[in-house]
Design a protein around this ligand. Structure first.
Ligand code: CAA
Length: 240
């Protein structure tokens, strides 16, 4: 029986590349999305990957969404918490709503999704969880106090859940991508983006497939002894 992998925010960017990599490696893959039905339909038709619609910021919706994945594909062996948003603004201009939305989706979503799968993983004595952090959670970024707080928070969350889960055959790790060629990075002002890319030692954006390869490694049997770690994929950006 194929292992079941669930990727949140799975129909575009790093999430879509991760779904495709997992599918190619033989997993039965579920991709969740929140809003864009047309994009989800296109992704489903192109890849044959099952898509499910719910909001990771909604605790009850996560419980119900995971139950639907279990009903259609089977218990979740691998969870990739990829869904995330930005609401960039300098702190003195940031609204409470911009703060709240990013905290609830990026950090709340990680809690909600882990909560929805962890009981079953513990019962079955097996699980792989990968949470998406960011170079901006490690280094900070002008205009991203909200986003950087969530991405730094995810690292502490990951370490704590790794400690709680190790005795149950579950590993929990994070990946911290740098600036990757996705719709999220495309939304950054061109002059800001160009300045950032010029400061990356490898002088280019990352490719979603390069992040997906790291996630695939962390959920593989070869990585069974790695837990509580954060793997950076950033072209050397954090070295500067
Ligand atoms: N670095 C240094 N200085 C900056 C700056 C920056 N990134 N952005 C603005 N400034 C400067 C301006 O030049 C200006 O200076 P002067 O007053 O001397 O002219 C001053 O700060 C303006 O400050 P404001 O608070 O008014 O900033 P703003 O409203 O013009 O811009 C912002 C705010 C749009 C958020 C902008 O800072 C920005 O685009 N920041 C980068 C955001 C970013 O990289 N987001 C990443 C999204 S992708 C992602 O998050 C994925 C991932 O994990 C990597």
């Amino acid at each position: 029986m194929a292992r079941v992998a669930l990727v949140t925010g799975g129909v575009s960017g790093i999430g879509a590349a991760t779904c495709k990599a997992l599918q190619a490696a033989g997993f039965a893959v579920a991709a969740s999305f929140v809003a864009d039905e047309a994009a989800a339909r296109g992704f489903r038709e192109q890849t044959g990957i099952a898509t499910y619609r719910w909001d990771v910021a909604d605790f009850d919706a996560c419980q119900q969404g995971v139950a639907e994945v279990v009903r259609t594909l089977g218990p979740v062996d691998v969870l990739v918490n990829n869904a995330g948003i930005t609401r960039d603004a300098s702190l003195h201009k940031m609204t409470r709503e911009q703060w709240r939305a990013v905290i609830e989706v990026n950090l709340g979503g990680c809690f909600n999704m882990c909560h929805a799968v962890i009981g079953s993983m513990r019962e079955r004595g097996y699980g792989r969880i990968v949470n998406l952090s960011s170079v901006n959670g490690l280094a900070g970024q002008f205009g991203q106090a909200n986003y950087a707080a969530t991405k730094a928070g995810i690292i502490g969350f990951t370490k704590s859940l790794a400690l709680e889960s190790a005795a149950h055959g579950i590993t929990v790790n994070a990946v911290a991508p740098g600036y990757t060629d996705t719709p999220m990075v495309a939304a950054v002002r061109p002059e800001v983006r160009e300045r950032i890319v010029a400061g990356i030692p490898l002088r280019r954006l990352g490719r979603p497939e390069e992040v997906a390869a790291a996630i695939l490694y962390l959920v593989s049997d070869a990585a069974a002894y790695i837990t509580g770690e954060t793997l950076s994929i950033n072209g050397g950006q954090y070295l500067r």
